[in-house]
Design a protein around this ligand. Structure first.
Ligand SMILES: NC(=O)c1ccc[n+]([C@@H]2O[C@H](COP(=O)([O-])OP(=O)(O)OC[C@H]3O[C@@H](n4cnc5c(N)ncnc54)[C@H](OP(=O)(O)O)[C@@H]3O)[C@@H](O)[C@H]2O)c1
Length: 372
């Protein structure tokens, strides 16, 4: 496998740092350039970042000078951890310049021709990039809480049909970026509102579980009611779910559907894929953010307290690592899926898989895309 040059947009933030930590031992993605705001541009990365990862800052990355968004870039793939206030316009501009942009931001997730992908569930939605109006491509991964909700629902929807869901979240501080909330605001506290979060759970999940029809997705027909809170946990979003099913399976059948869930990342043995996509605990005290979050390197979705529900049919607790499986790790897995599907070979991107002769070799100058 050839090396593929990647850039990290928003490299100094919570998600950007996680990209750098996760990519340092990647078998074929090489961090080639870093982009952040004018506050950071022109500085070596180690002088601009407040590195808060538990692994040391990789030396060569620390010496890399941060680029501004005005400079042209060279990398084939751009992993975006940009603040949503600027991600929308910039990500389109980079796709128009020939880069493959894999975004964590909310801006383009619900665009008609942009795939919103969790590859265990809907890897085939990546084919939507073939219809995009760019020489490059724009792929999104879902909101961090949506990923764990969709991962838990996907096997149930396939096997039994999901009709309705009530979900409540207890979301970690790192979900608010770095440095996030002040200690005064979050310690000993629960914040009962996260702007826009409930809408994301209620709409993104339907697109992910929906059926692709050419260049668009027909959303799944499920009623979802979400309530989101921020709690004094550093990493790890916990969610409690009650699920109404179209058929009435035994609890053992529900458990088997969850535990047996596999998808494209496991079948294609993608480097960042968890072996077990969903872990189901029997111990009623698990999963816990402080104890279980790093199972499978933070790439699994963890499920506990599976039991019947007196209001709907089944209920459970779901936990996932918001900056790994909920953000940077999810984006890297999407990029690995694009490679495995033949869209990316070395420094070459082609909308016709495995067609090196039809590829975009070097990104063109980063000109703004005309209005879409
Ligand atoms: N945190 C999570 O758990 C999580 C999970 C899923 C998705 N997301 C999404 O991922 C994105 C990044 O989140 P985060 O938590 O990493 O946020 P963050 O810690 O606040 O980082 C934001 C990054 O964007 C850069 N930036 C801000 N303004 C910019 C500008 N005008 N031009 C260029 N770069 C600019 C910052 O650079 P400077 O340091 O130079 O200001 C920083 O690198 C957001 O869209 C967020 O919604 C976050």
């Amino acid at each position: 496998m050839e090396n593929i040059k990647v850039g990290v947009l928003g490299a100094t933030g919570a998600v950007g740092q996680k990209f750098i930590a996760l990519l340092q031992h990647h078998p074929y993605f090489r961090v080639h350039e870093l982009v952040a705001s004018e506050r950071s541009a022109g500085k070596p990365y180690r002088d601009a970042v407040s590195w808060v990862q538990s692994s040391p800052l990789p030396g060569p990355v620390g010496e890399t000078y941060i680029k501004s968004t005005a400079e042209p870039l060279e990398s084939t793939i751009l992993f975006s951890g940009l603040d949503s206030s600027i991600a929308g316009e910039l990500e389109e501009r980079y796709a128009a310049a020939g880069h493959v942009v894999i975004s964590n931001s909310k801006n383009h997730r619900m665009d008609r021709d942009v795939p919103l992908v969790i590859p265990e569930i809907n890897a085939d939605h990546l084919k939507m990039i073939e219809h995009q109006p760019y020489p490059g491509a724009l792929v999104t991964n879902p909101n961090c809480s949506t990923i764990f909700l969709a991962m838990a629902l996907a096997p149930l929807h396939r096997a039994f049909g999901v009709e309705a869901v009530q979900v409540s979240t207890m979301q970690a501080i790192s979900g608010a970026g770095y440095p996030g909330l002040s200690a005064t605001d979050i310690m000993g506290n629960v914040i009962p509102h996260i702007s826009g979060e409930e809408e994301k759970l209620e709409t993104e999940t339907l697109k992910i579980l929906g059926a692709r029809n050419g260049d668009r997705v027909l959303p799944a027909d499920i009623s979802i009611g979400a309530q989101c809170t921020r709690v004094a946990v550093i990493d790890g979003h916990t969610e409690t779910l009650s699920v109404k099913l179209a058929s009435r399976p035994e609890l053992a059948e529900v458990r088997a559907a969850l535990e047996d869930f596999r998808g494209y990342p496991q079948e294609a043995a993608l480097p960042s894929a968890p072996q077990q996509a969903l872990w189901v605990f029997d111990d009623p005290n698990r999963p816990q953010p402080a104890r279980d979050l790093m199972i499978e390197g933070g790439m699994s979705t963890l499920i506990g307290r599976l039991r019947s529900c007196p209001v709907f049919d089944v209920r459970m607790v779901v936990l996932g690592h918001n900056t790994i499986r909920g953000a940077a790790g999810a984006a890297i897995l999407n990029a690995e899926a694009l490679v495995a599907m033949g869209y990316l070979t070395g420094g070459c991107f082609s909308k016709e898989p495995h067609r090196r002769d039809a590829c975009v070799e070097t990104p063109a100058a980063a000109e703004p895309v005309a209005g879409r």
